[in-house]
Design a protein around this ligand. Sequence first.
Ligand code: C2E
Ligand code: CA
Ligand code: CA
Length: 621
Amino acid sequence: MMTSKNILQYRIPENLNLNNRQNNRLLYIEKEILEAVATGVEPQRILDSLCHAAESIVENSSCSIMLFNSSRQSLYVRSAPSISDDAIEQLNGLIPGPEAGSCGTAVYSEVPVYVKNTTIDPRWINLQKFASNFDIAACWSHPIKAKDGLIMGSFALSSNEQREPDNFQKRVLDVVANIAGIILQREIQEQALWELAHHDLVIGIPNRILLNQRLKHAIKQSARQNQNLALFFIDLDNFKTINDTYGHKTGDKVLIETSKRIQSCIRTNDTLSRYGGDEFVLLTENITDCYNIGLIAEKILNAFTKPVYINDKEIDVTPSIGISVYPDDGESADVLLSNADTAMYQAKTNGRNKYICYKPELTYNIQNKLKLEAELKTALLNNEFILHYQPQHLSSSDSSLSVEALIRWQHPKRGLLYPVDFIPVAEQSTLIKEIGKWVLQESCRQGKVWLDRGLKLNKIAINISAMQILKGCHTQISTILNEYQFPAEKLEIEITESLMVQQNKEVLTELHLIQSSGISIALDDFGTGYSSLSQLQLLPFNKLKIDRSFVSDIPGNKNDEIIVKTIIAMGKNLSLTVIAEGVENQEQADFLLKEGCDVLQGYLFSKPLSVAGLEKELNII
Ligand code: C2E
Ligand code: CA
Ligand code: CA
């Protein structure tokens, strides 16, 4: 690669035609400089070399390149390798005009200005002191133009002797100003490309590449200065639903608004970047007090308490935040990012719209989770799941049997595991779909066996996770019912209320289709999800299942008594069957029956039992 040094020390090759010596020198400079531009030599070095080269072909001259500042109000010296710092300092800030020396006037008038004698030329009237201080007798300046004709600045040759340029010197000014224009434009283009490659196109903030660069740099700096830095991994809680419901354009606007809200909580020298889809990473340096880290996170969460308004639509946006701190939680960019991500994941698991600071246990939890996921896959293949059945006690004199199927996992090493140990992990991956399918198949198979043996079976209720209710799932359910020849009327699905409240139209449609096939639907854990009566009327439900937490303290707890009474009355109003779960003693049962509850379920009647246990209890041989 060519360096500015060899341009600087250029010598005319011996074999050049010296008849036209001056022109050849100029051509040679032009060629060398443009080659340096093409090979990517740093623009500042090329500009300095260009000045030196021009000085070498115009005797007794000093060169300067002045450019407009960003507001295009005044000029500053971009390159003047032979001019003293003092002079440069006085030139900086020159405002173009008709009496602004050679450069200010050339930029103002957009034509070359050749001042032969600065002491008498009216264009130098305001710069007399400057001219005498720095012994400038003559100064010729040529405007530098961009391709589109826009003036970028000026190129000047000054001298301590009064003189006018000859034709060749005018040509030097013209050619060099032209080359300077090419170098500067190329620099602007490269900056634009750099911006493009390092910023997010939708939001305009730094992207993952720039974040990584800044983070690495910040780590080095923090190490040198013995300081902390904090990394915030910020992920929106419901962005996929927003995108699915309102479309990508609205989704993009939500991201822009999100970025604005986060930016309103941080300092200007913090770096907020878009890391991926709905993930933002915030880098804050110079953390003097780690207490402040929590304050920043709280400030960000607070910025999302009000909904986002886009095209008159009110959209709730909440973030989950994970934080890692250098050097405590990692000494490299990768580790810090990964640990902040792990903490963010924990914030989601803990109920979203929270911040969590990284702790080594979190990594351990994630590793455990990954291990559990792998084991669950094997469990499906090896048939390690079983269903236990808990009878539901009908308050009327009906003697038929209804049961709720509850999954257990016969783990080869850890023994019998309950849903709480594995369903939440399954629900975070697609495994829940396969497990749910197995539960449906197994309960239909068992139900059919009981029916064939003449058992008076009313219903088998199975628990379904909200994420299992996807488009087309009603046909899947029908297929399985057909396959096992189990009647739809004998199947009930239980769906947790809290998960239903925020569901969209597609889920509703699917539930309607399921219900119209003859399957009944129960709203599980009712009372915990804040459904309003008006919402309830839209949902296709046959049953309300009062949550265990309201049953445990009745009679006695007045608050819970009122809630239970209200739920029963509400159910009656909507012609729904009301069932209470977790009934453990006679007082609870009496209270519920008195209020008109239709079905009771709980340890008072029976614990969930294995098939063999249930058959023994019911005397079915
Ligand atoms: P759930 O649907 O609320 O199930 C009732 C839970 O209460 C069961 O716990 C049951 O054993 C327990 N229970 C029943 N009677 C009493 C009582 O009198 N007192 C007390 N304290 N508890 C009682 P289990 O079997 O551990 O199930 C826990 C949760 O796991 C279930 O809550 C359900 O949400 C979920 N689950 C169970 N099986 C499945 C399944 O096949 N698929 C899915 N997606 N979730 C399931
Ligand atoms: Ca249930
Ligand atoms: Ca329940």
